[in-house]
Design a protein around this ligand. Sequence first.
Ligand SMILES: CC(=O)SCCNC(=O)CCNC(=O)[C@H](O)C(C)(C)COP(=O)(O)OP(=O)(O)OC[C@H]1O[C@@H](n2cnc3c(N)ncnc32)[C@H](O)[C@@H]1OP(=O)(O)O
Ligand SMILES: CC(C)C(=O)C(=O)O
Ligand SMILES: [Mg+2]
Length: 573
Amino acid sequence: MANRQQPSSMPVHKYGQYDQVAIPDRTWPEKRITAAPRWLSTDLRDGNQALIDPMSPERKRRMFDQLVKMGYKEIEVGFPASGQTDFDFVRSIIEEEGAIPDDVTISVLTQAREDLIERTVESLKGARRATVHLYNATAPVFRRVVFRGSKDDIKQIAVDGTRLVMEYAEKLLGPETEFGYQYSPEIFTDTELDFALEVCEAVMDVYQPGPGREIILNLPATVERSTPSTHADRFEWMGRNLSRREYVCLSVHPHNDRGTAVAAAELALMAGADRVEGCLFGQGERTGNVDLVTLGMNLFSQGVDPQIDFSDIDEIRRTWEYCNQMEVHPRHPYVGDLVYTSFSGSHQDAIKKGFDAMEADAAARGVTVDDIEWAVPYLPIDPKDVGRSYEAVIRVNSQSGKGGISYVLKNDHKLDLPRRMQIEFSRLIQAKTDAEGGEITPKDIWAVFQDEYLPNPRNPWGRIQVRTGQSTTDTDGVDTLTVEATVDGEDTVLTGSGNGPISAFFDALQSIGVDVRLLDYQEHTMSEGASAQAASYIECAIGDKVLWGIGIDANTTRASLKAVVSAVNRATR
Ligand SMILES: CC(=O)SCCNC(=O)CCNC(=O)[C@H](O)C(C)(C)COP(=O)(O)OP(=O)(O)OC[C@H]1O[C@@H](n2cnc3c(N)ncnc32)[C@H](O)[C@@H]1OP(=O)(O)O
Ligand SMILES: CC(C)C(=O)C(=O)O
Ligand SMILES: [Mg+2]
């Protein structure tokens, strides 16, 4: 097939291709992620530094408490040397008894400048577990433009910075603080791999990681520049070439400039990363940091425990929206308002069948639906697992079909319409949505259904209203039925006989000129127990029309007579 795309007028000559890494024996494509990595939330640092209006101390605290509650054990709480707000915030959580659980490590970021390092370490006094995170850019354009120095000069910034962090930690922090160190060669994505390695090795030569003395080497995609696969190659290369690998926690810090941060993080984990830094809902500089919620939920949806609690996703979202003063997009994975909703007919049909099959499978195995593997089409996870209800799973508009509409009736009103009746009713709804446009709510679907098939108390209509009915069966099995009814506004008594109450009623209807033939009959109970209601569905040929009727009653005979009346009235509406 010919490709008919035409050259655009976009200035493509301004951009070059990102270099591939030559690892012909790369192993990451065969790897699987079978356990949660170490997580670090940088919502309070990278996320916060990207806000128009950085979080107030109160909002920072709400966010911190939320992160702790969710189960994050490493939290970057700020850039204390940036100003008094961040410094005071770090002090406040350290000084408040119990604010930082014993198993949570706080981390703080600093540039490799002595005054900033001193202030940063000072902010951590008295902390139980704390990490200083030092960064300097190592990429060519930064060497040339920002630091105006050679490779050795830039390496020296990292080396000196590391030494200063160690000296100030020694001087300012007491034995109560379990101290950790993290180094990031900023814009790792644009740094030559061998130089990134050289700087990391020089940093390790100073810090001397070893048994019981881990170093975190964080390789940031400060600006995302490549496909996730090339990013993974770079991780595999670094992991293979770093010395003292067993004492290194290799950390990935993807930004989302190309929109592939989640994939970049996942492939980096396959390529050997031990730890992921990111923000909830992908907050962060420019297009954001990698989204920790999506990453965690991706693991969950593969049966891997993320070790983070997302079970009340809307509460997490509300807190996040309050703290960041931003809104989560309605299509945001796992949390957006619309992500568990389908409007289109074929999706709804498959979802309805999926739910029905899950129930049938569970019943056949004698267990509950929650005990079997989730297998509902178009729903990668059970919305219930993140605290969502099934209410919004199917919403109806002009793109919807019978499956969705009957799902609403079954879910909300316990009516399991026979297939041909689903088709009939969905045409009525389709006519309404085509005429009026937009969505039709479950309440409106029910109003249409009631008005069409059931005696509508708000707007009674129809040729026939049955008040009482009595049937007797003789010894030959012939049923005689006497019905008190109003026909065309006149009170009357109809009688008929047949081999069952329905055929006796058909016989009675002949006397008022209604010719009915039974085509299909189905019934089901709508609930359990003595007061259970039954729903009867009757498909009839009435004159030249084929129509369905429904009757609901505690007594199945009465329910079927009501169903006949429903169909007959519809025939003359
Ligand atoms: C990718 C990232 O997310 S990195 C983190 C970025 N976050 C932040 O910057 C938020 C907090 N930062 C701040 O509040 C301020 O930048 C401060 C208070 C830390 C420093 O402010 P200032 O002293 O005014 O310096 P400024 O931020 O403009 O930094 C520029 C200077 O620092 C140098 N510098 C920048 N980064 C680093 C670094 N990591 N290590 C050492 N020096 C650095 C620059 O070369 C420049 O030096 P020059 O003045 O000699 O040319
Ligand atoms: C400070 C570093 C790790 C950073 O945020 C980045 O490079 O994106
Ligand atoms: Mg960053």
